[in-house]
Design a protein around this ligand. Structure first.
Ligand code: LLP
Length: 422
C-alpha cells in the first residue's frame, strides 16, 4: 500500500490517517484503491502471454466497492456461497468469469450458479458430482465442472489454512482422481472441463506451487489420454504476503523475521509457468490475500494504558470481533502509531476490550512508546479482516473507507446501536 510518514504523520496515499479517524472514528478499516488494483495487475501480468483468468477470491474481502473496482479492472471471481455469487454479479463480474468453489455447496447454491450460467463449479467429492448432476438435470442445464484434487503437498503455512494434505477435508485425494473423473464423465448434464487445486494460504515459497503444477499437468495428460477434453486448469490462490516489516521507517522497530520474506506473487506464479504454458489450457487463478491484504489497515484508538504485574498493556478499541486473525491463528500484524513522536521503546501487549484473554492484536511487542488516546494502525489487514467481523459482545461493526489519491469514500458506514438492537 502507498503508506508513508510525511512529517511523522502516517498517510495512506495522499490522505493523513489522523483526518480519517477524526472524521469517521475508530475502529476503522482503511483501504487504498491503487494498492489493490496494482496488486491485481501484477498478478494478472505474471500470466501475460498465456490464456488466463485471474479470479479474485471474494472471501478475502467482499466489500462491494472493492469488488466493483476489481471487476472493472477485468478480474474474474472465485465465490464460495450464494451470498458471494450474488455480490459478484452485483459488482459486475461476468458470469463466464466466475468459478464456484467450496467443500459444502448446498442444492440452492448449485441452482443459483446454474441459473446464472457461471463458468464452472469446482467439485470436491463424488456425492457432490451426483447432486450437481441431478440439479442440472432438473433445471435442464449443463454444469461445467473442474475436479478439485488434493495433491497431498505440505505447503508450510499455519495448520488452519493449509488445505492440500490428504487428511484435510478438501478435494478428492489424488489416488481417487481417476475414478472421480470417470464418474463425472458418466453423469448426465455434467461437462468435465478441468482440474483444480488449491494447496493452502499464505504460502511464501515457490516450491509447493511448482509441485502442485506438476501434479495438475500429469492429471491433465492422463485424463486427456482417457478421452476427456480438459481445457481448464485452476491452480488456486494462496500467494503469501509480508506481515512483518510491512512498513519500514526510521523510528519504527525492526521486526524479527523467522524466515526469509515471502517471494512476490509473480515469482510464486512463475514457478508454475514452465509446466502450465505448454498444457494448452486456460489457466485460472484464485488469489485473495495477495490482492487485498496490504491494501488495508485497521485504525484503533488506545483507550487505556495498564500495568498488571510485569505486563504492560495497551487496551485499544478494536477487539477480536474487529480483527480475528491474531486470536484465531496467532497471526502477526505490524502495528504502528499514526503519529510517530518518539524514539523511546517499550514492550507491550496490544489487547482489545472483549471479555477473553485470547482477545489480543499483539503480544510482547516492541513498539514506540504510546500514550492514552493515541491512534494505532494495524497493518496488512485488508484480507480476512472485515469479512470476519462479528457482533461478539454486541459490539458494533466498524466502518470501512476507501482512499483514492486525496479522496475518501465511506464504503461501509459504521453499524449503529439502533441497527444492532432492532
Ligand atoms: N481458493 C480456495 C479454494 C480457497 O480456499 C482460498 C482460501 C483461496 C482460493 C484464496 O486464498 P488466498 O489467495 O487468499 O490465500 N482466514 C485465513 C485464510 C483462509 C483461506 C481460505 N481459503 C487467514 O486469515 O489467514
Amino acid at each position: 500500500m502507498k503508506l508513508e510518514y510525511r512529517n511523522n504523520e502516517l498517510h495512506c496515499e495522499d490522505v493523513p490517517l489522523s483526518e480519517l479517524f477524526l472524521e469517521f472514528g475508530t475502529p476503522l478499516y482503511v483501504y487504498s484503491r491503487s494498492a489493490f488494483l496494482e496488486n491485481f495487475r501484477a498478478i494478472d501480468h505474471a500470466l501475460h502471454g498465456i490464456e488466463h483468468v485471474t479470479c479474485y477470491a471474494l472471501k478475502a474481502n467482499s466489500n462491494l466497492h472493492i469488488l466493483k473496482a476489481l471487476a472493472e479492472e477485468g478480474a474474474g471471481a472465485d465465490v464460495v456461497s450464494a451470498g458471494e455469487l450474488l455480490l459478484a454479479l452485483k459488482a459486475g463480474f461476468s458470469p463466464e468469469r466466475i468459478v464456484f468453489a467450496g467443500v459444502g455447496k448446498r442444492e440452492d447454491e448449485m441452482e443459483l450458479g446454474l441459473k446464472e450460467e457461471i463458468h464452472c463449479f469446482n467439485v470436491e467429492s463424488i456425492p457432490e458430482l451426483q447432486l450437481l448432476s441431478l440439479v442440472a438435470m432438473r433445471l435442464q442445464k449443463r454444469a461445467r465442472v473442474a475436479l478439485r484434487i488434493n495433491p497431498d503437498i505440505r505447503a508450510g503455512s499455519h495448520p488452519y489454512i493449509s488445505t492440500g494434505l490428504n487428511d484435510h477435508k478438501f478435494g478428492i485425494p489424488a489416488a481417487q482422481a481417476a475414478e472421480a473423473f470417470r464418474t463425472a464423465a458418466s453423469l448426465p448434464n455434467l461437462e468435465v472441463c478441468g482440474v483444480h487445486v488449491h494447496i493452502g494460504s499464505q504460502i511464501t515459497r515457490p516450491e509447493p506451487f511448482a509441485e502442485a503444477a506438476d501434479i495438475v499437468a500429469s492429471l491433465v495428460r492422463s485424463q486427456r489420454a482417457a478421452g476427456l477434453p480438459i481445457t481448464h486448469v485452476d491452480v488456486g490462490g494462496g500467494f503469501g504476503v509480508r506481515y512483518k516489516n510491512a512498513l519500514r521507517q526510521e523510528g519504527l522497530p525492526e521486526e524479527d523475521e523467522d524466515s526469509a520474506p515471502p517471494s512476490a506473487p509473480a515469482e510464486l506464479i512463475g514457478a508454475m509457468l514452465p509446466v502450465l504454458k505448454d498444457l494448452g489450457c486456460t489457466v485460472w487463478l484464485e488469489p485473495g490475500r495477495a490482492i487485498v491484504a496490504d491494501a488495508g489497515l485497521l485504525l484503533t484508538k488506545v483507550l487505556y494504558r495498564k500495568e498488571n504485574g510485569a505486563k504492560r498493556f495497551l487496551i485499544v478499541d478494536a477487539g477480536m470481533n474487529d480483527l480475528l486473525r491474531p486470536s484465531l491463528y496467532q497471526a502477526y500484524h505490524q502495528i504502528v502509531p499514526v503519529r510517530l513522536e518518539t524514539m523511546e521503546r517499550e514492550t507491550v501487549d496490544v489487547v482489545g476490550p472483549v471479555c477473553e484473554t485470547g482477545d489480543f492484536l499483539a503480544r510482547d511487542r516492541v513498539m514506540p512508546r504510546i500514550k492514552q488516546n493515541d491512534v494505532l494502525a494495524v497493518l496488512t489487514a485488508g484480507a480476512y479482516g472485515f469479512v470476519n467481523v462479528s457482533n461478539y459482545n454486541s459490539r458494533l461493526r466498524p466502518a470501512e473507507v476507501l482512499v483514492n489519491g486525496d479522496r475518501v469514500r465511506v464504503i461501509r458506514p459504521r453499524q449503529t446501536l439502533e441497527e444492532l438492537v432492532s
